[in-house]
Design a protein around this ligand. Structure first.
Ligand code: BES
Ligand code: ZN
Length: 660
């Protein structure tokens, strides 16, 4: 096993060169970094808050850097090789505790030979602590620990796709998803968002495939390796929380768009993706103009196959995204604004624990709307704010009150349980309230400073409150009481100073929806073709006031008319399809079931899949057999994240294959 790359060390590169021979030599030269230098906040000491979702004890010993040397085996569905950890520890420390889940650990070694290790009891959510014992640390020492291991075929973070699950249909695909606590299923490290690590990697894959990571790509064309494989090298010099370590392997092509942005996807999908996201460069410029320099070098997008369980994932330098955002008309690009915004909120200033998740998502949702406003104008941004507010109202109705607090109590729970719209939309509404109260210029100055002061650092809800009190409120007691900050973060529901956003463009939509409902009239009276996607979403989400649960509001004839006149069976926009199918399910409208089945078996984005199965299930005798039948077909194609959500509702089919 070669464990070279420490791309940071010229010495390592030279050593590798000597053994790899002349052909590889040219590729082993140090690649000039496009990453800006780290700000001072990155290296200032950190006080680690207690993270109940990690076994790590960073105050005693912690991982500073991870080097991965892994080979992807698409037949066995495993990644195997060596993780080399650079560890620092308190003087005298003789142990480090790592997080693992479902890993096969083969050996643990130190610089002087084998080390003793112990895998503790397995918790279904947290996995197993891996406790490694070593000779006592001396002051200031950094030491390497080598872990030889292999992932399991059902590693929750990894989805191994068969060729049929890709656009090209000929080659397999692999991608990772670390957030929230899944990185431990493919990398043995301290998997807590407060414990930042730099990393390097050498990933060996079949010659027909390309590997990309959310890091600088040092060998764009790969380097020849044994037995029909080749290797790709990567390095991330910004310390990142482990949930942002990310890998994808497949038949991938790249199209640049401007100087620092571009799109990766399967070759057949490249042209459409490039056209859809032509404004990515403008978005980065707009984000920088708002809240300071982009500190990650390039910003690229990777459009994954349709089973990707999320809309997007903010992996640094390389946002991972669902193909359902490639709508053909740029109508869903706010997802890119969102993931890009995470390059500040989340990737620079990081929730210290998953109870502070709103600090990632609420700030990002606020920032996303500001980017949309800057690039696409206020009207569009307002429409999206209103849609967000509406989904917040729905969540406030549906969730137990305790789960509508921004700061969560996740004791004994999977962090996934806290990942509701509350974090996103109540969080954003909170920041909008502060903005409205102090005025935008003053708010922007504070927020820019917050990112600067706290870059590359973990943030807790209390630290946030302290920062805003010190740097914005500055002892103004009238302002302090006006903001109601403690109520916002610690109380359920919405404080009295919350204000609903409005959009002029939605007034006509609501009128049309009301008229269609009240008059029992024809769908041809709906000015559908003059509306953008956000207006269409609003129309489809409209419900008469005081609608009884389970009651119909449209006639069968109206549904058939809508389906035909609005051309629902040919609709390609996932948000519009979703809105239509929700109406169809609520009315037990049988003719829409084939479209529903096609939709649910053609993509695995949890945001669409989960509510549709929920709605079907809520429809009892009509919906449950449909749900069970469709799920049996759809399940093998879904990611483990989506599967665990739907299994909990519909139940795993009796002879189900284990989640992949
Ligand atoms: N970081 C999230 C995705 C996530 C959250 C993954 C929690 C795992 C656990 C990402 O930034 C996100 O919020 N994605 C949204 C899209 C966005 C436009 C609201 C999604 O996936 O729908
Ligand atoms: Zn997000």
């Amino acid at each position: 096993m070669t464990r070279t790359l420490s791309g940071l060390l010229v010495a390592a590169a030279v050593a590798a060169t000597l053994s790899a021979g002349l052909a590889a030599c040219n590729q082993q030269v140090e690649v000039k970094s496009d990453m800006p230098p780290l700000p001072a906040s990155a290296t200032a000491p950190v006080v680690y808050p207690k993270d109940i979702h990690s076994y790590a004890q960073p105050q005693i010993a912690r991982v500073k850097h991870v080097d991965l040397d892994l080979k992807a085996d698409f037949t066995a569905k495993t990644l195997s090789g060596t993780a080399t950890l650079d560890v620092t520890a308190e003087p005298g420390a003789t142990q480090i505790i790592l997080d693992t889940r479902n890993l096969d650990i083969k050996a643990v070694r130190g610089p002087d030979g084998p080390l003793q290790y112990l895998l503790g009891a397995a918790d279904p959510i947290l996995g197993q602590p891996l406790t490694i014992t070593f000779p006592a640390f001396t002051p200031g020492e950094t030491r390497k620990i080598f872990i030889d291991y292999s992932t399991r075929p059902d590693a929750a973070a990894l989805q191994w796709l068969a060729p049929a699950q890709t656009a090209g249909g000929k080659l397999p695909f692999l991608f990772s998803q670390g957030q929230a606590i899944l990185t431990r299923t493919w990398v043995p490290t301290q998997d807590s968002p407060g414990i930042r690590q730099t990393y390097t990697a050498k990933i060996t894959v079949p010659e027909t495939l390309k590997a990309v990571m959310a890091a600088e790509m040092l060998t764009p064309d790969g380097e020849a390796a044994a037995n029909g494989t080749h290797s790709y090298r990567f390095r991330m010099t910004n310390p990142v929380p482990p949930y942002l370590i990310a890998l994808a392997v497949g038949d991938l092509a790249f199209a640049a768009d401007g100087t620092r942005t571009g799109v990766w996807t399967e070759p057949g999908k490249l042209a459409a993706a490039k056209a859809e996201f032509a404004e990515m460069g403008q978005m980065v410029d707009a984000a920088e103009a708002l809240y300071g320099p982009y500190l990650w070098g390039r910003y690229d997008l990777l459009i994954l196959p349709p089973s990707f369980p999320f809309g997007g994932m903010e992996n640094p330098r390389l946002t991972f995204a669902t193909p359902t955002v490639v709508a053909g008309d740029k109508s869903l690009v706010s997802l890119v604004a969102h993931e890009l915004a995470h390059s500040w909120s989340g990737n620079l200033v990081t929730n210290a624990t998953w109870a502070d998740f709103w600090l990632n998502e609420g700030f990002t949702t606020y920032f996303q709307n500001r980017i949309m406003e800057a690039v696409y104008g206020n009207a569009r941004a307002q429409q999206e704010r209103v849609l967000g507010w509406d989904s917040l109202q729905e969540q406030l109705r549906d969730l137990p009150a305790a789960d509508t607090r921004l700061h969560l109590d996740l004791a004994g729970r999977d962090p996934d349980d806290g990942m509701t719209d509350i974090a996103y939309e109540k969080g954003a509404a909170f920041l909008e309230t502060i903005e409205r109260t102090v005025g935008r210029p003053r708010f922007d100055t504070w927020l820019k400073g917050y990112f600067e002061r706290n870059a590359f650092r973990p943030m807790t809800t209390d630290m946030f409150l302290q920062d805003i009190r010190t740097n914005l409120i500055k002892g103004d007691t009238a302002l302090e009481s006006q903001l109601q900050m403690d109520a916002w973060v610690h109380q359920p529901g919405l404080p009295s100073n919350a204000v609903a956003p409005t959009s002029d463009a939605f007034v006509v939509v609501d009128n049309a929806a009301r008229a269609f409902f009240a008059s029992r009239g024809p769908a041809s009276a709906i000015p559908w073709s003059s509306w953008n996607t956000q207006q269409r979403q609003r129309f489809l989400q409209w419900r008469p006031a005081n609608l009884r649960p389970g009651a119909d509001w449209l006639t069968n004839q109206q549904l058939a008319d809508m389906e035909k006149t609005l051309n629902m069976n040919a609709e390609g926009n996932a948000e519009v399809i979703f809105g239509w199918l929700q109406i169809a399910i609520a009315h037990h409208y049988q003719p829409a079931v084939p479209k529903l089945e096609t939709f649910l078996t053609s993509m695995g984005r949890r945001k669409f899949v989960m509510p549709l199965f929920n709605s079907l299930w809520a429809q009892g005798d009509w919906g449950r057999p449909i749900a069970t039948r469709i799920y049996a077909r759809a399940r093998p194609g879904y990611h483990s994240v989506t599967v665990s959500s739907i299994d909990a509702l519909v139940g795993a089919p009796a002879a189900a294959t284990p989640p992949r």
